[in-house]
Design a protein around this ligand. Structure first.
Ligand code: PLZ
Length: 448
């Protein structure tokens, strides 16, 4: 079903050396002498090229990509429409700075965002370079619009690595450890985490728990915004119990608190809807997007109610590269492709194929404590069957075994014990099945 130039690279897993092979090892040793070790990599293979759902390394191994560069290449690698749009834009101009001399691509991306994000109200957008930058700006806008300072975030949240977004992110190591002091006026509330919440706790009850804590410890009138990933990404693909998000959102509306959905990982068709908020009919006041929007070119956005967004004075938002014309061209081509191929439907088909396979792993291995996620954002959590003690070692071992066998999978989770799948939404059934076979063998080998 893919519309890439699959001739570029056959959509097959091919291993011609050990992984990593000799050329990757050579690059790893050069890297050790030049690249800061603080920036680390999940796999040990160095990429030569990529197409569709296949990444080819410098030794000629072809790996099945079930990570999409952390939910970015949702339309697949090297999609001709994007390659062409980027090439044409590069030849016309690469940069003028939208704040100096504006151009149509930026406006067109904001029009698409208004059309695609939840809610039929009038919207405005501002474009940035990275997810973290979008989140920072959402907080700036919420504070500016409300005249309030406090920001509420949740357990297991991930919002970035800049100073403010480190404060918003829950997990200390590796993101925050010894990088403080952190930005003030950030308050953390309990998340709805069905596997680990008291048995039978509903989404409404979990929301009441969070709301009570925020009311008592912060005060609704002091909150500028509540910021939440509708399905958490780095924190472990935690899907809140039904009712959690709608109750939170209506509490925000009641108290003049800006409800911000961080859809950087869950957005743009990934979960089987254009945005994950839609699954529960939640209409956020502000939405942050990045990743899948521009097929790998750096682009991020804050989109929201016109009145909120336009409460900021001219010149109050911006940056040299935000909404770069090449990134905008890529986004417009990527969004067109997502519409043409109906990628939300593709994500639902992927769920229908993957979920039963993960559930069968859970049936065979008690240490697979949970199967969760939505659309093409699915995961297994590995934990001791007796007391749910997280088993990070097993998750890492499963991932490493997959990598060695030519399948890229990622881990996540507050305790590092979740194996997550984020395949390109255009992956073919057979290739996906083969990737799942490799995963299943790895799970069996590790948990046996
Ligand atoms: N919000 C929900 O998932 C980025 C981070 C990987 P940037 N997630 C991948 C890592 O270890 O750095 C992310 C996200 C959500 C914000 C961000 C931040 O986006 O583009 O990485 O800044």
């Amino acid at each position: 079903m893919t519309q890439h130039d699959s001739d570029a690279i056959p959509q097959r897993r091919v291993l011609v050396t050990d992984i990593p092979g000799p050329r990757s090892k050579e690059l790893a040793s050069r890297r050790g002498r030049a690249v800061a070790q603080g920036v680390s990599s999940v796999t040990q293979v160095y990429v030569d090229d990529a197409a569709g759902a296949i990444v080819r390394d410098v030794d000629g191994n072809c790996l099945i990509d079930l990570g999409s560069g952390i939910a970015v290449t949702s339309i697949g690698h090297a999609v001709p429409a994007v390659v062409q749009a980027v090439g044409e834009q590069v030849a016309r101009f690469t940069h003028t700075c939208f704040m100096v001399a504006p151009y149509e691509g930026y406006v067109a991306v904001c029009e698409e965002l208004a059309d695609l994000t939840p809610g039929g109200h009038e919207k405005r957008s501002a474009l940035f370079n990275s997810g973290a930058e979008a989140v920072e700006n959402a907080v700036k806008i919420a504070r500016h619009a409300t005249g309030r300072q406090a920001v509420a975030v949740f357990d297991h949240a991930y919002h970035g690595r800049t100073n403010l977004t480190m404060a918003l992110t829950a997990k200390n190591f590796p993101y925050k450890d010894r990088f403080g002091p952190f930005a003030p006026e950030v308050y953390r509330a309990p998340m709805s985490y069905p596997l680990r919440d008291p048995e039978g706790m509903t989404g409404e009850q979990a929301a009441a728990r969070a709301i009570d804590q925020l009311s008592v410890q912060v005060g609704a009138d002091n909150l500028a915004c509540v910021l939440i990933e509708p399905i958490q990404g780095e924190g472990g693909f935690v899907v809140p119990a039904p009712g959690f998000l709608p109750v939170l959102a209506s509490w925000c509306a009641e108290h003049g608190i800006v409800f911000v959905a961080d859809e950087i990982q869950s957005g743009f068709a990934r979960t089987g809807a254009w945005f994950a908020s839609e699954h529960e009919g939640v209409v956020p006041d502000l939405v942050t997007t990045a990743k899948g929007m521009a097929a790998g070119m750096p682009l991020a956005a804050v989109t929201g109610r016109a009145g909120l967004m336009d409460s900021v004075h001219p010149g109050g938002l911006g940056g040299t590269y935000g909404g770069n014309p090449v990134a905008c061209a890529a986004a417009l081509a990527a969004i067109r492709t997502m519409r043409e191929l109906d990628l939300p439907a593709a994500a639902r088909r992927i769920e229908a194929q993957v979920r039963p396979r993960l559930e069968s792993m859970a049936k065979q291995h008690a240490a697979v404590a949970d199967v969760r996620g939505l659309g093409a954002m699915l995961a297994i959590e590995l934990a001791s069957p007796d007391d749910l003690r997280p088993d990070a070692g097993a998750a890492q071992a499963v991932a490493r075994t997959c990598h060695a066998n030519g399948v890229i999978v990622l881990t996540c989770g507050t305790w590092g014990n979740v194996v997550r799948l984020l395949p390109p939404l255009v992956i073919g059934d057979e290739l996906l099945e083969e990737g799942l076979d490799v995963l299943e063998r790895a799970v069996t080998e590790v948990l046996r």
